[in-house]
Design a protein. Structure first.
Length: 187
């Protein structure tokens, strides 16, 4: 390891490897003498304690540094999820009907024409994800993201707070929606 690029490769190791190096170095440094003798590392530890200590501290520091972007990324993801969850309060009646239909029928994916207004609005809010690729523009898949689906399943009152799922008027609206969906099933 004579060049800086070799050292940069070590610094850029995945966090789990840096953690492993730190943990290994900590074990070598702090194992009781009886166990160190049993593993045959007592002599290595006494000769190279300074190098092992510096390497262990460096691995720990680089591990911590690499955890910061991971933490920030997860924090941004949670904030984005919370923004999507907060947008549920502002659903129009058509948007609400699509989400309620999916929950009542226990299906995460609904196929609608690609230009469906309510589905497009829900996709803009992050409540539905529009499938990518090539397909039938009259039967395009829209899916509720996993995090939101789990949230809905755990908190159905977010959608069904003012109306019962088995309400006859709601079931009639669901049937209308099903007719709309099935109209394009065979195209």
């Amino acid at each position: 390891m004579n060049t800086w690029s070799d050292w940069l490769k070590i610094i850029q190791m995945k966090p789990r490897f840096l953690f492993g190096l730190w943990f290994l170095g900590s074990l070598v440094l702090f194992l009781p003498n009886e166990i160190a003798n049993a593993f045959g590392i007592q002599d290595i530890r006494s000769r190279f304690q300074g190098y092992i200590g510096v390497g262990t501290l460096a691995a720990f520091a680089f591990w911590c540094v690499q955890l910061i972007p991971i933490y920030q990324s997860r924090k941004r993801e949670r904030e984005a999820w919370q923004k999507v969850i907060d947008s549920i309060k502002s659903l129009s009646p058509e948007e609400w009907l699509l989400v309620a239909y999916c929950l009542a029928r226990n299906q995460k994916t609904i196929t609608l024409e690609i230009t469906h207004r309510a589905a497009g609005a829900l996709a803009t809010k992050g409540i539905l994800i529009m499938s990518s690729g090539v397909g039938n523009k009259l039967a395009w898949p829209f899916t509720i993201p996993d995090f939101l689906w789990a949230h809905f399943k755990a908190n159905p009152q977010l959608i069904f707070d003012r109306i019962e799922v088995n309400d006859p008027l709601l079931q009639a609206r669901f049937e209308e929606l099903e007719k709309h969906i099935k109209r394009y099933d065979y195209l």
